[in-house]
Design a protein around this ligand. Structure first.
Ligand code: TXA
Ligand code: MG
Length: 319
């Protein structure tokens, strides 16, 4: 626990009582971590500026990084931003699910701090049943970044959340391990080109198919911490695309496919990218406690592999 940790963080189970208690905390302006299909989010009522400020404080997050607003359904999303035909098409195809849309903000319901002064708003309708139950019980927009101290590895279990934020938040709603394991794909729909702002749980190939157009690159300049060079950072140094012959015999590996007797953990023994994404952050945490250097097998770049390689590259970046 950090020196300024000063709350008794409650672990709530994801039954009716836990959901109701979590919604009550949000209503009172408190912070609740909750599971989504991607990673655990650190939720606050998006309409209460003080609650949103608490999210930045708990995470130690730079103020200029805007937050994703989570809502229960597309109707609630339409009340907060302007949906054009492209936004409607992507929402129809992928919501609820691991897709975030950045759209022109409309109406003033969300606190200015959520968007960090931007004229756009990031919106997502999560599919996880516990997230859905919480959003329905709460009945309003929930601002939620990943529930980890800023810059560190995202949490995919309630234990991961407590490892980083115990004492700094009111509660964590425990819904088990997150099935997707990497954050949502973020698509910007604010100019004539749809832009891939962050690869994630929905593969870019699927988005391009639904749009009937390839996605463009992010605009110049950093608009998301996920775009900063160093992010998702474990303490260990990662050696990416490592060749087995070049590594020492006692090297610790983050494998893809069979380990074949090497020390370490495999993201997926069978080379399945979905399984690999689901294991990525938990395995990084475990290996971090085992060795100062971790050698990483090459991971294919298609489908969910794009998001996995993106997170690995940022986890490996100098800092
Ligand atoms: O899967 C996810 O997206 C998870 C779960 C909890 O929903 N959330 C998540 O939040 O990854 P966070 O804060 O760790 O990442 C949100 C990203 C940031 O990189 C932020 O800069 C970007 O979304 N973002 C938010 N609003 C934006 C906006 N208006 N324009 C561009 N990027 C935006
Ligand atoms: Mg994050």
């Amino acid at each position: 626990m950090s020196p300024d940790a000063d709350q008794n963080t409650v672990r709530l189970t994801d039954g009716t009582r836990g959901i109701r208690a979590a919604a009550g905390v949000l209503r009172a302006g408190g912070l609740v971590a909750f599971p989504t299909e991607t990673v655990y989010g650190l939720g606050a009522d998006a309409r209460q500026g003080r609650a949103v400020a608490g999210v930045f404080a708990a995470k130690g997050r730079p103020r200029f990084n805007p937050l994703i607003v989570h809502v229960a359904d597309i109707a609630a999303a339409r009340a907060l931003a302007t949906f054009d035909g492209r936004a409607e098409a992507l929402a129809a195809a992928f919501w609820p699910g691991p897709l975030t849309l950045v759209l022109p903000r409309s109406g003033g319901a969300t606190a200015d701090l959520v968007t960090g002064g931007l004229p756009t708003l990031a919106l997502r309708v999560p599919a996880h049943p516990t997230a859905q139950a919480l959003l329905s019980a709460f009945g309003g927009p929930v601002a939620a970044p990943s529930a980890n101290p800023s810059g560190l590895v995202s949490p995919t279990t309630a234990d991961h959340v407590l490892a980083g934020l115990d004492g700094r938040i009111a509660a964590v709603l425990d819904g088990g391990a997150c099935p997707v394991g990497v954050e949502s794909t973020i698509v910007g729909l604010v100019d004539t080109t749809p832009r891939l702002l962050r690869p994630g749980g929905v593969p870019a190939e699927a988005l391009a198919a639904a749009l009937g157009a390839e996605l463009g690159p992010p605009p110049d300049g950093i608009t998301a911490p996920g775009q900063m060079a160093s992010h998702y950072a474990p303490a260990a140094r990662l050696v990416l695309d490592a060749a087995r012959e070049a590594a020492p015999a006692d090297a610790v590996w983050l494998g893809f496919g069979p380990l074949d007797g090497r020390r370490g953990l495999s993201l997926s023994e069978t080379g399945d990218l979905r399984e690999a994404a689901a294991h990525l952050f938990a395995h990084l945490r475990t290996l971090d406690t085992l060795a100062p250097v971790v050698f990483v097998d090459p991971v294919p770049g298609h489908g969910l592999g794009a998001a996995i390689n993106d997170r690995l590259a940022r986890a490996a970046a100098p800092r």
